[in-house]
Write a protein that binds this ligand. Structure first.
Ligand code: PLP
Ligand code: COI
Length: 343
């Protein structure tokens, strides 16, 4: 397979159109079988549900080239399920798992020339999404929908790769109790743009959000979940009904317990216990696991013991093991890796 002529190791996390995308439509009460197209634009009614009332949800996963030259993706069945959960909450007809997996397989295979080679540190980001493209004007679900999957080659989500990040404790809320924080709805990201802009203007990489009801419990950032490490190397991660159930986090907890022999606990994490942790990491498909060195708050700066120079030891071990599994250097648990094609 002849690859595109890109400087793979220098890629940032940005959109670059590739050759093919997959499109399916929901009309008259059913999804059609869909197929590959080359047009990177969407055409729809000016009164489309997505344009008027933000009726859209999405997913993010990656394809990797393994050491032995296969193109694989990581736990796509979990993304299919989460997209269905998101869709149900937004009255979008759920995309069947078989259609989701077929779309991912076909679009990755068709864009194999864009899949970054093994060892470059880059990956192919896969963005499945579904939106109301039929017209509405009263507040109501759209009559028709589009499911689309595109791919784009990416490097690290945070500039500077895996250098420790500085976060801001946000004065804004991300998700209301009983709201939509637990699904991957576009609206959650629209409302995080302004707080994200404010944080970035001040030189921070991201916001830490607290629970909206009491502002005493740690939730997540705009695009990743938290994991913390205690002095005795236990992994602690926030339990909350208003954060996105990260697939990376679920995988890291398994890796910590079954590959590294660490204790893991998912529990409420209080804002005022943050200073006790030795390490802090942001986990997600885009972030993988990115170290946090400091969090600025109105009560002063919280500095994790791992510092601002390099990633803490436990986070580094977690990252190395997870990326090793994804690139075929370390044996994966049953069912985690879906082989799409040979390179
Ligand atoms: N939390 C939010 C708000 C996200 O946008 C993401 C990214 O998808 C995550 C957490 C991490 O989820 P995952 O590991 O499934 O990518
Ligand atoms: C991801 O990790 O896939 C995300 O969706 C995070 C961000 C790009 C929204």
């Amino acid at each position: 397979m002849e690859k595109k002529n890109l400087d793979w190791s220098a890629l940032s996390f940005s959109y670059q159109p590739t050759d093919y995308r997959f499109v399916a439509h929901y009309r008259n009460g059913a999804w059609d079988e869909g197929g590959l197209v080359t047009d990177a634009t969407c055409t729809m009614s000016e009164s489309a549900g997505v344009l008027q009332y933000a009726q859209t949800c999405f997913e993010g996963l990656k394809a990797y080239t393994t050491k032995d030259g296969k193109i694989v993706c990581f736990r796509p069945d979990l993304n299919a399920k989460r997209l269905q959960d998101s869709a149900e909450r937004l009255l979008i007809p759920p995309v069947p798992t078989e259609l989701f997996l077929k779309a991912v397989d076909e679009v990755v295979k068709a864009n194999a020339a864009w899949v970054p080679p093994y060892g470059t540190g880059a990956t192919l980001y896969i963005r499945p999404f579904v939106f109301g493209n039929g017209p509405v004007i009263g507040v109501a679900p759209a009559p028709e929908y589009e499911f689309r999957v595109f791919v784009t080659p990416v490097g690290p989500y945070f500039k500077g790769g895996i250098k420790p990040l500085r976060l801001l404790l946000s004065q804004y809320d991300r998700a209301a109790p009983h709201g939509t924080g637990h699904i991957k709805a576009g609206l959650n990201y629209a409302m995080s743009l302004y707080p994200g802009y404010v944080a970035k203007l001040q030189g921070y990489s991201e916001n830490m959000y607290l629970d909206a009801a009491t502002r005493t419990k740690v939730e997540e950032t705009g695009g990743a979940n938290f994991v913390f490490v205690t002095d005795d190397n236990m992994i602690v991660t926030p339990k909350s009904d208003t954060i996105l159930p990260s697939i990376t986090r679920r995988s890291l907890l398994y890796v910590a317990e079954h590959y590294l022999g660490l204790k893991v606990v998912e529990r409420v994490v209080k804002y005022d216990e943050l200073r006790n942790f030795k390490e802090c990491g942001l986990c997600g498909t885009a972030a993988v696991i990115s170290p946090v060195g400091e969090i600025d708050t109105p009560d002063g700066t919280i500095r994790f013991k791992s510092g601002m120079e390099k990633m803490g030891e436990v986070c580094a071990k977690l990252r190395e093991t997870l990326t090793g599994i994804q690139s075929g250097e370390i044996e994966a648990p049953e069912g985690w890796i879906r082989v799409i094609c040979e390179d």
